[in-house]
Design a protein around this ligand. Sequence first.
Ligand code: 13P
Length: 255
Amino acid sequence: MRKPMMAGNWKMNKTFSEAQELAKAINGAVEPYNNVDRVICPSFVALPGVAWALSGGELLLGAQNVHWAESGAYTGEVSISMLKGMVTHVIIGHSERRQYFGETDEGVNKKARALLAAGMTPIICCGETLEQNQAGETSSFVSGQVKAALASMSGDDVVKCVLAYEPIWAIGTGLAATAQQAQDICGGVVRAAVAADFGSAVAEQVVVLYGGSTNEKNITEIMQQPDIDGALIGGAALKVEAYASMVQQTSELYK
Ligand code: 13P
């Protein structure tokens, strides 16, 4: 059975000290629910402090981006070896990075393969715009993003990836996809794209998250869907009680 995951993307929020306080509070609130992978992804600057504050705990740490090169003249970038030992997961290809920072499918693929080679878990994001959704292009666009992100990988590599479907129109809008819509794309498009390129045995093992206005009120219905294994959470992941409740509800469903 796929282990569920509640991953918190803190985006560009919280100072160095605020991040440590929030991480400690979250850790205290979610520690007992160990049948759920609980990942928090603070900013690069906050990561060392949060890692120190959480040392010895079970909460997993992730970054929000990485560069694929080992080192070199890439001003402002952070390499995998700089993160290794501090984080286990890295979000790549988030729509905000694609939209504002020119991240491409090709770059996402390079990052994913470099992370796997380093023994780390890429959380690979995909998702369509409102215009694409309304034009009926969701399936072809999202399927293309998934296939491009996983290009040149082996099935053994693909099962180590986490895929996150985040429709852009649902991010930060308070307008989550319905549980059925999320299921249709997570299963019928994301997992189906993996099955088409790597076979159904691989597709059945890969963890698929939904993201976009998830919260403590809609998480149970979303997590009841057979092809949704977790959530990539933005705003609600910054609220201790909301995030802890989402972890707890997920834990209940997987008992
Ligand atoms: P919200 O949960 O705030 O909609 O953000 C989702 C997201 O972008 C997580 O990566």
